[in-house]
Ligand binder design. Structure first.
Ligand code: HEC
Length: 181
């Protein structure tokens, strides 16, 4: 009786401690834009017009559960995941474009040039005229779901494996890219 009660107390303690511990236990790399006091923990910079200063404001999405590219971020990443796309694609290219631009979704333009974007990043390949490659949908789907299957040191976020985007959203992005001629 005594033993079982102390066992229960031990179990209750462990489970409470586990539940109360956030993914990264508040111990963030010094270069993370994080404020545990705001709802989503994550901050984004905003230019204060004509002041030469940046202001940090709450971001619409909590980015802290995902391993970042910070050298200080030593958390283990989920293993690369190979997936099989079941056709038909049934993606919405208009929605795909929105997802590619949205800061709290794909935000592909931070690295890739896409049509109509003036200030796109240059880390990733140009995605203009993407259709000309004639890549199978399955390949493009895998690249977005988890690019580490093709390149283990890819800096492109594994959108599917990390759960940043869901399967339908990735289908929409594939449909958008495949429509670019
Ligand atoms: C942090 C930078 C970064 C972000 C954000 C990013 N990518 Fe990439 N992407 C890359 C890099 C770098 C490559 C080159 C291959 C590699 O390293 O995986 C690449 C390759 C690709 C390719 C293959 C291109 C080719 O012709 O071989 C596609 C398609 C692609 N990205 C789509 C996307 C989409 C769609 C998004 C947004 C949902 C996105 N990427 C977000 C960096 C990024």
């Amino acid at each position: 009786m005594r033993i079982s009660r102390s066992f229960f107390c031990f179990f209750a303690f462990i489970s409470t401690a586990w539940l109360a511990t956030p993914a990264f236990s508040g111990d963030f790399p010094s270069d993370f834009a994080v404020d545990p006091a705001v709802v989503n923990m994550t901050l984004e910079p905003k230019v204060v017009v004509n002041s030469g200063k940046l202001e940090w404001v709450p971001f619409s999405r909590d980015l802290t559960p995902w391993v970042s590219l910070s050298y200080e971020d030593k958390r283990p990443a989920a293993r690369p995941r190979q997936v099989k796309l079941v056709e038909p694609l049934q993606g919405d290219p208009v929605r795909g474009r929105e997802l590619a631009i949205a800061r709290d979704k794909g935000y592909c333009i931070v690295c890739h040039q896409l049509p109509g974007e003036q200030w796109a990043g240059t880390v990733g390949a140009l995605l203009l005229n993407f259709k000309k490659h004639n890549y199978p949908n399955e390949l493009v789907f895998q690249q977005i779901f988890d690019s580490r299957v093709f390149n283990p040191i890819s800096v492109m976020p594994p959108y599917g494996t990390f759960g940043i985007l869901n399967e339908q959203e990735i289908r929409d992005l594939v449909a958008y890219l495949q429509s670019l001629d």
